[in-house]
Design a protein around this ligand. Structure first.
Ligand code: PLP
Length: 447
């Protein structure tokens, strides 16, 4: 059938040897996959955490991106989640990649990304990483200070440079501008330095902060970028690249501002301040946007302590009114996939049933008390061996997890469930995935 054809071909694109992508035929859902994995693990006496990665979620996000932000080419931020299947998928969809280190560049290149599709978007780089970039023909990179320019002039003098400016990030979960970005008042001086060193500055970049909650931050940042562009143009640089960074939401359930609102503000600001002109390229560096909702994490309750209220410490006693307090220990925590909790508190949903609930604290598996998932959560009773699902786990989870205390990182099971590529969807698919279409023709397949 048409569905089967598309699925098979996608596997060919995304799954040479090591990715092990599972294709869901029309009768099976993600829930079925998760169920099967849990049962498999239980039957083998195993209880490690695992992820299910829905690759078609990424495809849907991409369709949304190119529909809403047609002038802005996405360069996926590899730091957010470096799972090979994600990078292959996005490469097949012809996005670019934002890499922040030698290892990220190496990974992208090893998965078939060409160097012209990479921006080395870290304003403060080790010299050895810059040399690696030069050797592998990754030429576009960011900077925000004079020392960096000096380093680049000695290690990669032909680089095409993008000046990162500091912008207002006060509306973001993860603020970046105390650490990165030249202030607007210092732009002229920095460009003079680039001129003295005979370096080629081609563009301006910014980042409004990860997990941005106010679309107007983009309007102000684009206005600031225009100001920096004008200074650079009058200093004689041939400015041709604007990079509007990340900050886009990757989930819909709790963010107040939707991607569509961001894109509306961005399009308007771009049309006003950077009207389409020959040679101007506009890119962005979305990370969360592409991966957050594509990953669901399954965790296991590996241990449990029940404390009578009388035995609880005074600290807890004042907070609750149930007769017992539950302490659960999951097989994944703050040193693992839930490292994102350090910056981004858990958003728990109300449990909709009539079971009695208990005041519960949830801990990660390590011996460290910093490893706390949530401290006050009213939920029905859980039991050792129970599996729980946590959705929207694709951003800054795997990439920042460790194996502290010997607890393994969660395994990833990528799946493809594209079963309804019809009508407009199919049309978008044809437009955005020339490499997949090419491959289909190569295999004598039709869609
Ligand atoms: N680009 C740069 C330079 C970043 O530092 C980050 C995140 O820290 C990103 C892109 C990804 O942004 P986001 O997490 O908002 O998707």
């Amino acid at each position: 059938t048409k569905e089967a054809t598309i699925n098979e071909s996608m596997v060919r694109v995304f799954s040479p040897e090591n990715d092990d992508i599972e294709i869901l035929d029309s009768g099976r859902s993600i829930t079925d996959v998760i169920d099967t994995k849990m049962k498999e693990l239980d039957s083998r006496g195993k209880d490690e955490p695992f992820y299910v990665l829905k690759l078609d979620d990424i495809l849907e996000k991409h369709i949304r991106w190119i529909t809403r932000l047609p002038r802005v080419k996405p360069f996926y931020a590899v730091k957010c989640n470096n799972t090979p299947a994600v990078i292959r998928m996005l490469n097949a969809l012809d996005t670019g990649f934002d890499c922040a280190s030698k290892a990220e560049i190496e990974l992208a290149l090893s998965l078939g990304v060409t160097p012209d599709k990479i921006i080395y978007a870290h304003p403060t780089k080790p010299r050895s990483h810059i040399r690696y970039a030069r050797t592998h023909r990754v030429n576009v990179m960011t900077f925000d200070n004079e020392e960096e320019l000096l380093k680049i002039s000695l290690t990669h003098p032909q680089a095409k440079l993008v000046m990162r400016i500091a912008v207002d990030d006060s509306k973001s979960l993860l603020r970046l501008n105390a650490k990165f970005g030249v202030r607007l008042s210092s732009v002229s001086k920095l460009l003079e330095c680039a001129r003295r060193l005979n370096l080629e500055v081609i563009g301006v970049s910014f980042h409004v902060g990860s997990g941005c909650t106010g679309s107007m931050a983009f309007k102000q940042a684009i206005t600031d970028a225009r100001y920096a562009f004008d200074i650079a143009n009058s200093a004689g640089f041939q400015m041709r690249l604007l990079d509007i960074g990340g900050g886009f939401p990757g989930r819909e359930d709790f963010t107040e501002v939707k991607f569509e609102e961001f894109s509306e503000v961005i399009n308007k600001a771009l049309d006003e301040l950077f009207p389409p002109a020959n040679g101007l390229e506009i890119i962005a560096e979305p990370g969360r946007f592409y991966v957050d909702s594509a990953f669901t994490l399954a965790v296991n309750v590996i241990a449990k302590r029940v404390e009578d209220t009388d035995e609880c410490s005074g600290k807890y006693r004042k907070d609750y009114s149930s007769e017992k307090m539950m302490m659960y220990y999951f097989n994944d925590g703050v040193y693992g996939s839930l490292s994102c909790l350090i910056n981004d508190p858990a958003h728990t949903k109300a449990v909709d049933n009539s079971e009695p609930r208990y005041y519960s604290a949830i801990w990660g598996p390590t011996c460290d008390s910093f490893d706390k998932v949530t401290k006050s959560y009213w939920i029905p009773e859980l039991h050792v061996g129970d599996w729980l699902l946590i959705d929207n786990m694709g951003a800054y989870s795997l990439s920042t997890s460790t194996d502290f205390n010997g607890f393994e990182r969660a395994h990833i099971y990528p799946v493809v469930t594209i079963t309804q590529l019809t009508g407009q969807n199919l049309q978008s698919f044809r437009l955005i995935a020339p490499s997949i279409i090419l491959l289909l023709h190569h295999c004598n397949r039709e869609i």
